[in-house]
Design a protein. Sequence first.
Length: 282
Amino acid sequence: MENLAYYNGKVTHLSEMMVPFNDRSHFFGDGVYDASVARNRIIFKLEDHIERFFNSMALIDIQPDFTKNELKELLQNLCQKLETGDLFVYFQVSRGTAVRNHSYDRTIKPNLAIYMIPWTGDFSGSRRLKLMTAPDHRFEFCHIKTLNLLPNVLATQAATAQGLDEVVYHREQRVTECAHSNISILTNGVFQTAPLDHWILPGIARKYLLLASQSLGFGISEKPFTIEEMLAADEIIVSSSGTLCAPVSEIDGCVVGGRDPERLQRLQTKIYQDFFKETDID
């Protein structure tokens, strides 16, 4: 198969999958999701993603009828059905199927949906991103990977219309995260990223960038930073599962970063080596 869709046990092509009209994701975005990439049919940091997925479900009171190991095995088996082993892997659960009502029955059976498509990632580290800032008008559940992404969609579309790559959210002057990534800075040899609170998603790439920085002997800091501190940083780094360590060259039309290429390259080399080692076939 060139692509794949899964819904509650049914497997078919993306264009052929049908979802019940009364799935609560349709009416309320009532669900959570997670995503990663696979190389050689090996999903990168799969256990981390599943752990975050189950944590997101628990935080919104979804009771899964499958275990972490069952989901892991299912995702690994589905990877074998695709023509290529380099994949974007997405999985979500909605609260279930029921007639539209804001309240819900806690015994409702969740709906598990998965899709996989070919993926070609660029981990050369040579391309620098161009960003814009925007006020963070999202709600207070940013630490939960929910399906409610309308503010992210609108902000990303505004950036795309200007030929930009991402949006940096801020609450007054505090930088939170990007529309679909985490953002960190490198200043005077210290890798700094926002703390894990209800304003940012606990990114998997963010976690491993902290570990990589520590192993390289960099200082690390998990405390808030301002727009002013970000713009003055030696390097600004956008991270996600598909963009592990992407440097930034421009924010709101101003040239930024590029002042510590040696440490940046060491960090990129470390994180990319981890990716290729984990996804190599023995």
